[in-house]
Design a protein around this ligand. Structure first.
Ligand SMILES: *Cc1c(COP(=O)(O)O)cnc(C)c1O
Length: 410
């Protein structure tokens, strides 16, 4: 009788072992599976020669956002084994997210940017698929054509609104807002983190829009933590609220959620996949992301946020302590009031005493092994957050930063 080991050896020499294994090879496949089928772990990024790094910068799309928590990864993989109807899954997941967050309705999108596009599309089309098929061409359709926002709220992601063919009308004051509203006004778009930049704040916008029956959308992409924000803005009265899934929520980077009034969420879905003749067809999320997004929210609601905070604070302090003695260098720990609300170490320095620019410091941190990314840059400042670090990496960041800055200081 052929030995098991030899059989495995012979089989693995065949080019199509994987293919062979999927048939039942006369009673031996069960025997073979553990050793022959599971391939050795591969490090794909290393194989590709793609640089990996310690992320002391934050949740940047260019750096792949955040790392999914284990529960989310399990949900993702666990969902990949079966076929389902995508609309049925979106219905059920939407109901679950809405009930967790106490809002009327929710749907998983391919990020906050697609939540913005789909939400805008829904406002324009309602639940009429023929109208959805016309976007982004509005002329002669009877659909509305304008979205209002404050000039001070301008961000490049506003392009997600313009994808729908509408024109953005910019205003500064409450009076201008009232005057800008007309029969073509489809929606008002509010950027949460710019609340205090604009002259009209949350309440003011909601009051005016309510008075004139204008639907409101708020972009909260980077606004968890704090966890309360997941319910705050629907409670406040915004009709649609957009969050990124792959920032603070640590869900899939290619997912997000649109929360809000059922009539707008239902309408947004008309432009969402699987429907093909729509503006949203390229914004696909599959079952894995849909379920993983739901689990990310469940998992985030359960987290011990105080413990997270204490950890981030101690890490940022450790890094600050490593460079605090440098003369001509100012180090402060600040917490942004809105968006990316985490302890942030801001460093700035007198380049006569610390002879390096912010950009050069970033480059030096990036060049080392392991490579480290920090934020900011420019002439004489950088900033560092620790919420995207794996435990222990703060020591590597502190030691590299301290080496470079001490070396460059006189
Ligand atoms: C990140 C971000 C977006 C885009 O979010 P995605 O989830 O990457 O699509 C939109 N608006 C703001 C304010 C953001 O910070």
């Amino acid at each position: 009788m052929i030995s098991r080991r030899r059989l495995i050896k012979q089989l693995s020499a065949l080019p199509l072992v994987g293919g062979l294994m999927s048939f039942d090879v006369a009673g031996v496949s069960g025997l073979l599976q553990p050793e022959a089928v599971i391939p050795p772990a591969r490090n794909y990024l290393q194989e590709l020669g793609v640089r990996t790094f310690i992320n002391a910068a934050g949740t940047y799309t260019s750096m792949t956002g955040s790392l999914m928590v284990d529960e989310v990864k399990q949900a993702y993989m666990g969902t990949s084994e079966d076929f389902v109807n995508i609309d049925e899954l979106q219905d059920k997941v939407g109901e679950r997210i809405a009930s967790l967050l106490g809002c009327e309705a929710a749907t998983v999108t391919s990020g906050a940017a697609s939540a913005i596009t789909l939400g805008t599309a829904g406002v324009l089309t309602g639940t009429d698929p023929e109208k959805a098929a016309k976007l982004p061409h509005l002329a002669g359709t009877g659909m509305k054509t304008e979205v209002i926002m404050q000039r001070k709220h301008y961000i490049e992601y506003a392009h997600a609104i313009e994808n729908c063919g509408v024109k953005i009308v910019y205003v500064d004051t409450r009076e201008e807002l009232k005057k800008a509203i007309n029969k073509n006004t489809a929606m008002y778009y509010f950027v949460n983190f710019l609340n205090y930049e604009g002259q009209i704040q949350w309440d003011g916008v909601l009051e005016v829009c309510r008075e004139h029956n204008i639907p409101t959308m708020i972009d909260c992409a980077a606004d968890v933590p704090p966890v309360e924000n997941l319910t705050k803005y629907t409670d406040m009265g915004f009709d649609m609220v957009c969050f990124s899934g792959g920032k603070g929520l640590r869900g899939p980077q290619s997912a997000g959620v649109l929360l809000g009034k059922k009539k707008y969420i239902d309408a947004a879905r008309v432009s969402a996949p699987p429907r093909g003749n729509t503006i949203g067809r390229g914004m696909k999320v599959n079952k894995e992301e849909i379920v993983a997004m739901m689990v990310a929210i469940e998992s985030y609601l359960k987290r011990d946020h105080e413990k997270d905070w204490a950890l981030w604070e101690s890490q940022v302090n450790l890094i600050k302590d490593s460079i605090d003695d440098i003369s001509g260098l100012k180090a402060t720990i600040d917490v942004p009031v809105l968006a990316n609300v985490v302890p942030t170490l801001n460093l700035s320095w007198d380049t006569k005493k610390v002879k390096i620019s912010g950009d050069e410091l970033k480059a030096e941190m990036r060049k080392g092994h392991p490579s480290i990314e920090i934020a900011g840059g420019g002439k004489n400042s950088v900033s560092i957050t620790t919420w995207m670090l794996k435990p222990g990496q703060e020591r590597i960041v502190a030691s590299r930063l301290s080496d470079i800055l001490h070396q460059k200081s006189i």
